[in-house]
Each structure stands twice: as structure tokens, then as C-alpha cells.
Design a protein around this ligand. Structure first.
Ligand SMILES: Nc1ncnc2c1ncn2[C@@H]1O[C@H](COP(=O)(O)OP(=O)(O)OP(=O)(O)O)[C@@H](O)[C@H]1O
Ligand SMILES: Nc1ccn([C@@H]2O[C@H](COP(=O)(O)O)[C@@H](O)[C@H]2O)c(=O)n1
Length: 206
């Protein structure tokens, strides 16, 4: 079984993805980490994020087995990831690794921006997870604040809005709900209630 979870920044895709994978005995891939890792490699090597050849080479050389999420979670890396993710050659270089992950038994929960629309258009269940920008910013700010990050709520909200706009407006694989996706708006749902709603949606397809 393949479950595609898409949605804007900090909508809860990763939180839901991890729990759903555990619940249904599936593997989980957070595809945002792939784009973050491409950006991280370029920055760590002193490269130019805006250079197409540098971006493509970093994506082609990426070894998903070496991802270190602790290096990739910052807001700055999210912003840099969103810039490289607008490049069609970067997206093409990362496509096979995502599809191979999805196809391997016993199946997977994959979260990102274009999973239901491009990466796994035949996914068994597609869920578009969203919440208002203000609620997402509050949740992300609380998360960052708990880890002692020195960032204001306004900065987090700006970051989310800018990233969502770039992701939704890019020419290739934009952030958009697949036509057959279920919408899960968690603005007024806590994590447990959102998880239960997603379990019900997936169970109905089994
Ligand atoms: N329904 C919810 N109620 C309250 N908090 C939530 C809910 N869903 C997620 N969160 C919290 O919101 C924050 C963002 O969630 P998460 O990291 O899962 O989002 P994401 O969509 O994977 O983010 P990104 O786009 O950066 O990968 C986390 O701190 C998480 O605990
Ligand atoms: N399938 C995907 C996943 C991510 N992106 C881009 O990466 C950025 C970071 O993703 P997070 O999920 O970790 O926030 C995101 O803003 C997108 O630009 C993507 O394009 N496609």
C-alpha cells in the first residue's frame, strides 16, 4: 500500500507520516529531507544555490542513506531547499529514489508536496494535509522555541508564507492537491484527532 501525504510547510505531514507508517506497518519517507540535503550539500561545499549545474550535480550525487535530519531541519535550510526544489533537473534527479522507496514491500507513507500529483499518481490513498498559516506558524514557533531557537513568531509566519508561495507558484510539480486527494484541515484538530481522521481515511481504502 502507498499513502501519499502532501501539504504546505509545517502542516503536520511528517508527524502524521511517522505515526501512520508505524500504525499500518509501512515505511516512511519525508521527501522534504531530500531537497534539504541537496541544498545543504551545495552550501557546505561553498557552492552557488542559483547555479543550475551545481544544483543538478548535488541532486544526482545525493545518497539518501547518509541523510542526517539534525543538520537539515533549520528554517534557513527549508528556505534553501525551496529554492533548489523549483529546478526541474533537481526534481528529475530525485524522482527515481522516491518511486523506488514507494514500490518496495510492504509499501510506504511518503510525505512532500508532489507525491500524489507527480511521484506516486497511483497511490492507494492521497491526503492533502493543511491548516491556516497562522496556526502552522504557531505550532512551528512553539517547536523551535522548545529547542531554544531564537526566532520570532512573525519571522516563522513570513518564512512559511514565502515558502508556500514559491512552492505553489513554481512551474514544475507545484504544491497542489491531487484531484483525488482527501483534504485534511487540522486547523482545529489536535495531533491525536488528526491522526485518527487519517487512519479512518486510509482504513476505508483497505
Ligand atoms: N494537529 C496538530 N496539532 C498540534 N500540533 C501539530 C499538529 N500537527 C502537527 N503539529 C506540530 O506542528 C509542527 C509541524 O509539524 P510537522 O513537522 O509534522 O510538519 P511538516 O508538514 O512535516 O513540516 P515541514 O513542511 O517543515 O516538513 C510540529 O511541532 C508538530 O508537532
Ligand atoms: N516532495 C517535495 C518535498 C519538499 N519539497 C521542497 O522542499 C522544501 C522543504 O520541504 P519540507 O517538507 O521539509 O518543509 C519545501 O519547501 C519544498 O520547496 C518539494 O518541492 N517537494
Amino acid at each position: 500500500m502507498i499513502v501519499a501525504l502532501d501539504g504546505p510547510a509545517a502542516s503536520g505531514k511528517g508527524t502524521l507520516g511517522r505515526r501512520l507508517a508505524q500504525h499500518f506497518g509501512l515505511r516512511h519517507l519525508d521527501t522534504g529531507l531530500l531537497y534539504r540535503a541537496v541544498a545543504y550539500r551545495i552550501i557546505a561545499d561553498g557552492g552557488d544555490l542559483d547555479d543550475p549545474a551545481t544544483r543538478e550535480a548535488a541532486a544526482r550525487d545525493l545518497d539518501p542513506a547518509t541523510l542526517d535530519p539534525s543538520l537539515l531541519r533549520s528554517s534557513a535550510m527549508g528556505e534553501a531547499a525551496s529554492r533548489v526544489a523549483a529546478d526541474e533537473r533537481v526534481r528529475a534527479a530525485l524522482l527515481d529514489v522516491q518511486r523506488e522507496f514507494a514500490q518496495r514491500p510492504p509499501g510506504a507513507v511518503i510525505d512532500g508536496r508532489d507525491i500524489g500529483s507527480v511521484v506516486c499518481p497511483d497511490a492507494d490513498v492521497k491526503i492533502f494535509v493543511t491548516a491556516s498559516p497562522e496556526v502552522r506558524a504557531t505550532r512551528r514557533w512553539q517547536e523551535l522555541h522548545a529547542s531554544s531557537a531564537d526566532v520570532s513568531y512573525e519571522e516563522v509566519l513570513d518564512d512559511i508564507r514565502r515558502r508556500d508561495a514559491r512552492d505553489a507558484q513554481r512551474a514544475v510539480a507545484p504544491l497542489v492537491p491531487a484531484q483525488d486527494a482527501h483534504l485534511l484541515d487540522t486547523t482545529e484538530l489536535d495531533i491525536e484527532t488528526a491522526f485518527r481522521a487519517a487512519v479512518d481515511l486510509i482504513s476505508a481504502h483497505r
